[in-house]
Design a protein. Sequence first.
Length: 95
Amino acid sequence: MPEEDQSDCRQCQLEGDNMHSSDGVSCVACSPGTEPLENRSACISCEVVGAAYVSSTGAQCTMCGSGSQPDTERTACVNCIEEGDSYFYSDQGEA
């Protein structure tokens, strides 16, 4: 993103951990359930990062812990017991 006086560029990461710029002009936030690519040019789904990953803010996706799995939007981890059956269990944080 250009500085106000157009003298230099400012990295979107300085604006926030969930920011990216697809046009090089303005920084925008990634949606929950996604994270910015390393070069901050776009966002990718946490599902692409890994089967057990979520992001509530659009910042870096994090892995769900044992006994939980991502919700359908990839924005939070839910306990396997919440699935309605005590037989559900995940030792790697995925369905």
